[in-house]
Write a protein that binds this ligand. Structure first.
Ligand code: C2O
Ligand code: CU
Length: 547
């Protein structure tokens, strides 16, 4: 791993990597002026923030806004409403988010206590990835040639790979807080690694404490297991919604997922490893970043038992342990049923081009056979708001659940060659929506972390193989399912989610693995208010960028 010790130019915010932490309280209003000082188009997304009636502040480029161009700025104004825990922000224009990200820590309103024992200390544990190549090269490779990008060269915790890498030097910048101007700039960074035990990536606590650790998987590709030697973790929240306390030896965080956990420093004092490695949800033939990132909890170093990289049962067991704290009011009855297939596939290489995808094709991905094409002339939300009819069509196709077999080699071949289109799905405002997300085994079996902007949803059940309505709906947890905004649809399986479409706007729905996203595994929900179009969203801000 000598090659890690190279200087790479990265884009980040305020010269910090990871970027600044937003420390806020539930109910706070945030005003963040994003100034783009880099020559690439940029936007920032506040991942998991519900943005009630306020898609204007959500951020995905060409979905809710046009990108902020070089030298321009846009001020995001939004409120945190009924969300507590940990979320994060990240760039939402192709690939930039590999280095442009930071934490959002949301503490309870006023002086209200946490709904769990008061922690003595808190710390952030942000999982990420590091590429030696510059992001624009990665982006061009994935987008232009249609090939899978190279996997990252190292996994990071709080911006550092930890001491399992043997290239000597010092630690990196740490995060800081309360900076409300986000200046996107490029700077050169030397990925520094500490060899000695003075690893700067240390989380300090005193013996006998309760420590709240806020985990964020900001990686853009890699799902990760993470564990702490000698310290079982009690999960108390995921994606800024509280859970029933669930004690587990490891966490599984898909790209884009967060978890708040409590640990007790009740072991003999010393240094304990915190370690993270990839969950390989796909075929063993697909390369992954198989490095192990480490940090130290201030105790004697003991290596934690991480699940094996391909331990699918460990993933299912982890997910099965997540529940809401108490009985929840599950929206019912269901007004709209939706079945969405998540597939990888191939597109023909455009004439005169050389494509790097499988067999000279462009690799692609799709939802219900649509490989989504983002508009470039206008964002979806602006188009919906101004009634422009030539930006998208609201005819996202429906596929009945039992139509095909999605397991083994039996997947329907028509899903193999998706159709490129900008088709979004209309949800009736206020309606109860149930979505079954079905992973397919087309080209590759993989876990897809599906993120829905503007919404939290209940994860009613997950399973292996094909979803079968009669059999599987009987297994729904209608008592205390977890509430989240990113669900890891099991590799070769399905997940069923439910929510009330109570947030009008246009909301991006996509796989949170970056190249699956860029390849087209995305769509959007257009939620109107019933009385016609978008009038119950806030008006567009005056400084909203134009395409
Ligand atoms: Cu972090 Cu569109 O998402
Ligand atoms: Cu995916």
């Amino acid at each position: 791993m000598e090659r890690l010790c190279k200087t790479t130019r990265i884009v980040t915010v305020n010269g910090q990597f990871p970027g600044p932490t937003l420390e806020v309280k539930n109910g706070d209003s945030l005003v963040i002026k994003v100034v783009n000082g880099v020559k690439y188009n940029a936007t920032i997304h506040w991942h998991g923030v519900r943005q009630m009636r306020n898609g204007w502040a959500d951020g995905p480029a060409y979905v809710t806004q046009c990108p902020i161009k070089y030298g321009e700025s846009y001020t995001y104004r939004f409120n945190i409403e009924d969300q507590e825990g940990t979320l994060f922000w990240h760039a939402h224009s192709p690939w930039m988010r590999s280095t442009v990200y930071g934490a959002i820590v949301i503490r309870p309103k006023g002086n209200s206590p946490y709904p769990f024992p008061k922690p003595d200390t808190e710390a952030l544990v942000i999982l990420g990835e590091w590429w030696i190549k510059e992001f624009i090269e990665m982006a061009e490779k994935a987008l232009d040639s249609g090939a899978a990008p190279d996997f990252s060269d190292a996994l990071l915790i709080n911006g550092q790979p930890g001491d399992l890498f043997n290239c000597s030097s010092k630690g990196m910048l740490a995060y800081s807080s309360k900076l409300m101007v986000f200046l996107l700039s490029e700077f050169e960074i030397y990925l520094k690694i500490r060899q000695n035990t003075q690893n700067i990536n240390v989380i300090r606590a005193a013996a006998g404490e309760t420590v709240l650790l806020r985990f964020i998987n900001a990686a853009i590709v890699t799902h990760q297991f993470v564990a702490i030697a000698g310290h079982p973790m009690t999960v108390v929240a995921v994606d800024a919604s509280y859970t029933k306390p669930f004690t587990t030896p490891y966490l599984m965080l898909g790209a884009g997922q967060t978890a708040d956990v409590l640990i007790h420093t009740n072991q003999p004092g010393g240094r304990y490893y915190i370690a993270a490695h990839a969950y390989r949800s796909g075929s063993p033939l697909i390369p992954i970043d198989n490095s192990t990132a480490t940090a130290i909890l201030d105790y004697d170093p003991i290596f934690p038992p991480l699940p094996a990289s391909d331990d699918h049962d460990a993933v299912a067991a982890f997910n099965a342990g997540l529940k809401s704290p108490a009985r929840v009011n599950i929206p019912a009855p269901v007004d709209q049923h939706l079945f969405i297939t998540l597939a990888l596939g191939l597109l023909n290489c455009p004439p005169g081009k050389l494509c790097g995808g499988l067999l000279g094709n462009r690799d692609s991905s799709s939802m219900n056979n649509i490989s989504f094409v983002l508009p470039t002339k206008q964002s979806l939300l602006q188009a919906a708001n101004y009634g422009q009819s030539d930006v998208f069509s609201a005819d996202f196709p429906e596929i009945p659940p039992a139509k095909f077999d999605y397991t083994g080699n039996n997947s329907d071949p028509s899903l193999f060659r998706p159709i490129r289109a900008t088709k979004i799905y209309r949800l009736k405002y206020g309606s109860v929506v149930q979505v079954v997300l079905q992973g397919t085994s087309i080209l590759s079996v993989e876990e897809h972390p599906i993120h829905i902007h503007g919404y939290d949803f209940y994860v009613l059940a997950m399973g292996k193989g094909n979803y079968e309505e009669e059999r599987d709906s009987a297994k729904f947890n209608l008592v205390d399912p977890p509430r989240r905004s990113t669900v890891g649809v099991p590799a070769g399986g399905w997940a069923a989610i439910r929510f009330r479409a109570d947030n009008p706007g246009v909301w991006f729905v996509h796989c949170h693995m970056d190249f699956h996203l860029e390849w087209g595994m995305m769509t959007a929900f257009l939620v109107e208010n019933g009385a016609g179009e978008m009038e119950s969203t806030l008006p567009p801000p005056a400084d909203l960028p134009r395409c």
